[in-house]
Write a protein that binds this ligand. Structure first.
Ligand code: KG4
Ligand code: ZN
Length: 345
């Protein structure tokens, strides 16, 4: 059913695809009345990464309190919520299931529409929340722990063809490479923000790590060779008892990642002719990437939209935003909605 007037539409968003238990209330798609996130970082860091089974158990213990907190903070009763939007994948399937079961139970008990949201559509929608002037068409660069994709965004309804992946990673995601390099440098988990901070004191030109697929015509990425190159460099230096300048390693690795991201983004802008560019996903919180994309945008005459860091990493406001546009387009789901580890856009 089409709803012409969306004034005052309230969506409860729920996100549990990885290690953040999150709930939010969003009005009219773009105004977050609350955005509550319980991070499990402290639980997983002793293991050096997210342990899926532990993540599911923590979601289960936390989710009801987080949903209550999101409603309380927003000052709205669950009765006044128009629809419940929830991440249906991709993600750790046991983790996704906890959010999904919670959303389904609420939708059933309260007789509210259920809207399943693709996690990456959510990340892309994060850019809309702080920029009321951003509407499709635009190009999105999605860089997270699980994805590195250039997406042609033509609409927000969730219908097939509204978002098209122009290129993606053939192996590791950018965030995954950050996390692995951080681990070898002994920086701990999650690695991205730590490499970001360490790189600030290093020389990005110190070590010439290979930029994979820089010169080919595709819009695809590959980061596993770069990751192996960094690991080999560190091992060689350590075996030779050479003093390792960790800040230089971090800065040079980061420069290689950003060179490839910037170059492929330029190609995609030229190919599509888009005049608007949105950054999305956890790695979009990276200070050096944000600075580089600002200069790409200036040089190409494109407007750049980057969410503030809390909206770049996993959160439920972005899921509620994406869910809002699906809901107003009439794309709701039945209670048979399933959780998916992988899911095409
Ligand atoms: O989007 P996100 O929160 O979760 C996924 O959907 O994957 O992204 C998490 C990823 C992790 O790999 C994390 O290390 C990375 O984003 N990340 C960063 C920064 N903040 C988070 N990478 C580089 N620099 C950062 N400042
Ligand atoms: Zn994510």
């Amino acid at each position: 059913m089409m709803r012409a007037d969306t004034t005052g539409t309230l969506i409860l968003g729920i996100e549990t695809s990885c290690d953040e238990t999150a709930a939010a209330v969003v009005r009219d798609g773009r105004t977050a009345l609350s955005n509550v996130i319980a991070s499990q970082t402290d639980v997983h860091k002793v293991f050096g990464g997210v342990v899926p089974e532990i993540a599911s158990r923590h979601h289960l213990a936390t989710i009801n309190g987080i949903v209550d907190a999101a409603l309380t903070e927003a000052g709205v009763s669950i009765k006044t919520i128009d629809a419940i939007a929830v991440t249906k994948g991709p993600g750790l399937v046991g983790a996704v299931l906890i959010g999904l079961a919670t959303a389904k139970a609420m939708a059933f008990a309260l007789n509210k529409p259920l809207v399943g949201v693709h996690h990456i559509r959510g990340h892309i929608c994060a850019a809309l929340m702080e920029h009321p002037e951003l509407d499709p068409p635009f190009l999105a660069l999605v860089v997270s722990g699980g994805h590195t994709s250039l997406v042609d965004v033509r609409g927000l309804s969730g219908e097939p063809g509204t978002m098209t992946v122009l290129g993606g990673t053939r192996d590791d995601a950018a965030g995954e490479a950050y996390d692995k390099v951080a681990r070898v440098l002994g920086l701990g988990y999650p690695g991205g923000p730590k490499v970001d901070a360490l790189a600030k004191g290093g020389d990005p030109a110190a070590i010439a790590f290979k930029r994979a697929m820089l010169d080919d015509d595709s819009l695809d990425f590959s980061f596993s060779g770069l990751k192996t190159g960094v690991l080999n460099y560190i091992n060689t230096e350590r075996q030779a008892n050479a003093p390792l300048n960790e800040a230089d390693v971090a800065a040079s690795f980061q420069e290689a990642v950003i060179d490839v991201l910037a170059s492929k983004t330029r190609k995609a802008l030229a190919l599509t002719g888009h005049k608007k560019l949105a950054l999305a996903g956890g790695v979009a919180a990276n200070t050096a990437l944000r600075a580089r994309m600002k200069s790409v945008a200036e040089q190409t005459g494109v407007r750049l939209f980057i969410p503030t860091p809390p909206l770049c990493t996993d959160n439920a406001a972005m899921i509620a935003c994406a869910g809002h546009y699906q809901y107003v387009a009439g794309l709701t789901d039945s209670l048979a909605l399933d959780a998916h580890a992988t899911l095409p856009l």
